[in-house]
Design a protein around this ligand. Structure first.
Ligand SMILES: C[S@@+](CC[C@H](N)C(=O)[O-])C[C@H]1O[C@@H](n2cnc3c(N)ncnc32)[C@H](O)[C@@H]1O
Length: 253
């Protein structure tokens, strides 16, 4: 994992939950989509890899009430430290690569692995996916939730361009899921979002998306000016947040 990524998440950790939740209903709807997609049940052994502060993992635990704690895996201590200490969540300081390579072992076989908006940070993606697939039980499944390369967030032009350069293509990840021997499928989900413009300015200022960490202070300031001009007549911003839900299942037999 690059130093830039670590620095980015160390910087955003204190305000992460405020910026990334949009509103409590957004988190609830999103988590429900994950539960439905993976058909999670109480008896599943679940890991959330790249769980961050556990913003969505907490909600997952509340929805599913799993019999075993959800394994909350993240390599950035500043993020992981914010996972609440409750018996339904078990923090583990590790990257996806650490788990995949066996450098860090989960307590047992996993029935469900969630990677929500973390897989784009993984460098050796196919190798990591193969290792993670190897941790699954006979009825194991994996879910990669990621943004497509074109997004509708009200970012400034350069941020959109840079995002498109950095973000992997979901179709390639679907191919990778198949290549590591899992049955693969992708669906797209849309979450309608409304946010006060001034709140969004604060989110941009704090570089709430990792792509914003690519810009110097002056570049970011210029981008925010561009944003302010473009949305000068919109005190509330409304946009559709589209996500690819890429699922892989262990093939029977
Ligand atoms: C955009 S945040 C998403 C956090 C959480 N899943 C959520 O949706 O709120 C990305 C997370 O991925 C973590 N991360 C970065 N590189 C990673 C890697 N190689 N393996 C696992 N997680 C990683 C970061 O520390 C960060 O917490």
């Amino acid at each position: 994992m690059s130093d830039l990524t670590v620095e980015h998440y160390e910087r955003v950790a204190p305000d992460y939950d405020e910026h990334w939740s949009y509103d409590p209903d957004y988190v609830r709807r999103f988590t429900q989509a994950i539960v439905d997609s993976l058909r999670l049940t109480r008896s599943d052994a679940i890991a959330d890899v790249g769980c961050g502060t556990g913003l969505y993992t907490r909600r997952l635990a509340a929805e599913v009430e799993p019999e075993r704690p959800i394994l909350c895996v993240d390599p950035v201590p500043a993020m992981l430290e914010r996972v609440p200490s409750t018996k339904s969540l078990q923090p583990l300081a590790a990257s996806a690569e650490d788990l995949a390579s066996g450098r860090v072992a989960p307590p047992g076989r996993l029935d469900a692995i969630v990677l929500k908006e973390s897989f784009h940070h993984v460098a050796e993606r196919e190798e990591t996916l193969e290792g993670l697939a190897g941790l699954l039980s006979r009825h194991g499944r994996i879910l990669i939730v990621m943004l497509p390369r074109t997004i509708h967030h009200p970012l400034f032009r350069e941020a959109h361009e840079r995002f498109g350069e950095l973000q992997p293509e979901p179709a390639k990840i679907v191919d990778m899921v198949s290549a590591v021997g899992l049955r693969a499928a992708v669906s797209y989900r849309t979450f309608h979002t409304a946010i006060d413009r001034e709140r969004y300015v604060r989110m941009l200022e704090s570089r709430y998306m990792s792509v914003l960490g690519e810009f110097s202070d002056d570049e970011l300031r210029a981008g925010i000016e561009q944003f302010r001009h473009a949305y000068r007549n919109d005190p509330v911003l409304r946009f559709d947040d589209h996500f690819a839900f890429i699922k892989g299942w262990v093939k029977p037999g």
